[in-house]
Design a protein around this ligand. Sequence first.
Ligand SMILES: [Zn+2]
Length: 151
Amino acid sequence: MTQFYSRHDAYRRSKKVYMCGRCGTYYNQDMLSLLKIKGKPKPCLVCKCPTTYMIFDSEKEFKRYCELVLFVKLGKITDLKIQQTFECRTEGGVLIEKYIADSTYYRGGQFVVEDVKPLNRKTGMPFLSPEFRRKKKWMRNLHRIDIEIYF
Ligand SMILES: [Zn+2]
C-alpha cells in the first residue's frame, strides 16, 4: 500500500488514471509519460474509437474500483455506481453544496457510500480535508448515511 507523509505529499503523488469507456483499457500516468501523451489519449490507442473515459483521481481509487468490480462479479456486492451525487439543500430547497461519492453499492442489503482517501503514515489513519469532514457531517445528518472511508 502506498503511504504518504503529509496531505501535500499525498496530493502531489496522486495521479489520475483514465479508463476507456468502450474497451476498458486503462492508462496511468507512467504509461502516458512513456507514450509521451499529455492528458487522455484521443482516440483510445486500443479500440481506436472516440470514447468517453472514466477518470479516477488516483491509482488507489482506480485499484479500489477494480476490486469492487470483482466483488460484483463474485456476487458480494450489487448495484455498483461511481461518482453518484448527493445534495445538501436548505428546507426551502436552496442548494448549499454537493458531494460526489467515489462509489456506492449494496452489501448484504445495506446501502454503502464509499470514499477512497490517502493513508497518513504517522497516524495510520486516513487524511481527511476540512471540506470532506464537512460533507461527511451533512451526509450523516441530512441523508442518514455514514460514508465509509477506504484507506
Ligand atoms: Zn478503448
